[in-house]
Design a protein around this ligand. Sequence first.
Ligand code: ADP
Ligand code: MG
Length: 394
Amino acid sequence: MPRYIDELQLTGKRVFVRVDFNVPLDDAQQITDDTRIREALPTIRKVLEGGGKPILASHLGRPKGVTPTLTLLPVAKRLAELLGGTFEVLMADDCIGEGVSKQARDLKPTQVLLLENLRFHKEEEANDEAFARQLAQHADVYCNDAFGTAHRAHASTAGMVPFVKEKCAGLLMRKEIEQLGRVVKNAARPFVVVLGGSKVSDKIKVIENLLPKCQTMLIGGAMAYTFLKAEGVEVGRSRVEEDKLPLATRLIDTAKRLGVDLVLPVDHVCGTSPDEESQAIDVLERAIPKDLMGLDIGGKTRALYTQHLRDAKTILWNGPMGLFEVAKFAEGTKSVAVAMANNGQAQTVIGGGDSAAAVNEFRLADKMTHVSTGGGASLEFLEGKALPGLKALE
Ligand code: ADP
Ligand code: MG
């Protein structure tokens, strides 16, 4: 367990906070979802209240060198709005250099400094030592609050840490570690895992890690068809990972051996192509006609999964139940989100970027115990892997 920001004495200290401001932008560089900025506010406020000087650093997108469309300037503006008048957000024109270090030193008690996109320097992802040392020069305290990047060993998440006097994790990081940690270490029973998404291969390690811990695993999404085919069910033109059929069989056997109820869809909403053009066709049995593909779980499956979720004490959900980006194939995904929202007694946790996006779209995020801000990072955490960004803080 790392130390957390509220355990440190911060008065007068320059606190380098690695945040995850990798927000989605539209073509006009407008922020379309500011969740990640809002989630970073408690830590930023904690630094300001403690009399520290917050120096915020993040990457945005995948720039190749300095890319004007990927400046963090829109984030600086949004952050200033969210901090509401009392505080001023200064935007640095780079993330390293003497000019930036001076800006950091000269910060007034009501000011926050946001560094420019870390990935404008390729040394960030390369975890270059000289670059890491330059970042470290700005700071007396290092604080990592970027859970979404904690699965990467980059200069700002790992390399610079040994070169700063004090190190700690932020409050968002604590929330993520506590919520996801409870799920993998001591989930209250019955513990129901809902897994979906596009590929079994993405989720193998999550399934293997959670099967021994849960009582029920509900499978949906495209990965369900690989499992169904492994069981000998006709799946038509549904997306199947042929090379993962033996693995699916093995996972089904493991579930049986462990006494875990691994539940597959009993009916489907099908189509002729995975897009808007396709009609939604209800297929009321497990087998899918040869010319159709499964694009969502069907009505009986929705009811069945809802039933399972009603009595759970812990629910972990990762991966949409269907092609939820198209409204006519979103009902399955929505039914899981609603069932979780309606279960007032359970710890309800959502991991995975697309699943989090779905819950936000349904406006049910505030009904959940926790919606992880890290897509890839939450998956690796659920796989039981040690995240480099957390290791660096030990
Ligand atoms: P997460 O990001 O939550 O971990 P994934 O990335 O694994 O989820 O999967 C999300 C994607 O899977 C979505 O784009 C969704 O449209 C797609 N998907 C789910 N079910 C199907 C299906 N039956 N056919 C095609 N695509 C699907
Ligand atoms: Mg995804």
